[in-house]
Design a protein around this ligand. Sequence first.
Ligand code: ATR
Length: 273
Amino acid sequence: ILRYAVLGHPVAHSLSPRIHAEFGRQLSIALDYSAIDADADEFDNALAAFAASGGVGANITLPHKQRAAAACETLSDRARRAGAANTLARGATGWHGDNTDGVGLVRDLTGRHALDLRARRTLLIGAGGAARGVAPALLDAGIGDLFIANRSADRADALADALAQPGRVHPRYLDDLRALGEFDLIVNATSAARDGGLPALPMSLVGKRTAAVDLSYGEVAIPFLAWARAAGAHDAIDGLGMLVEQAAESFALWHGKRPDTDPVYEQLIEHRA
Ligand code: ATR
């Protein structure tokens, strides 16, 4: 039986083992998928130990996506552009890293939530591993201008540089948001709520047709989505659908078969209710 795992810190509450077990059941593929807790100091050793014990595929979650990309022998184009990897596949001599977060987000928004992303003036809040994972796919999906607002300006600048579309991508300070007007799509990719506080966001960012998306789900997504609803957003979407979609992309990479995500998404919603 092939071994898979998600590595993160913390990781105990990760839904990935459940999601991949469901996909496996659906497609009659036997697999062993576990959760491995490793902090930043332990990550490289934990990944090596997993490979030594027969691990052939790994998902990488917070806070290791950038570190994981650095640990890979080869990277897909989209992982290289993101500078972050969430899906690793074991090759003969090392790991190949890919990033399915962006495709997962775009599939969830355009499929499940039936949003047309084209030409949407977009604000991405945050410039860490999560933001890096989704930014290239949003651009590829045809959004309009992309503004990147981050607490520390150097990271926003670095992400904007990496995206290499200076006419379309604009780094900004979090403190300067008031001057930017309305956005059609606002994506919260900060870990601020996990660390105990949402940055102050002016309601002037939100208009009648704004879609607000938090890349996290559950309690962590509540403050941002509550802010968006209070500001009058048309859509307030958490990251649960993206989680299931990125998992399906990873599953397809490893097993060569694409699972049906809807029943698994419905199950997770019911379980949460
Ligand atoms: P992740 O993998 O979740 O993106 P990360 O790479 O550590 O984790 O990035 C965290 C992001 O949340 C960063 O954009 C961070 O801003 P800085 O680059 O300035 O550190 C942002 N963030 C975390 N806590 C925040 C807070 N309290 N207010 C605003 N931004 C915050």
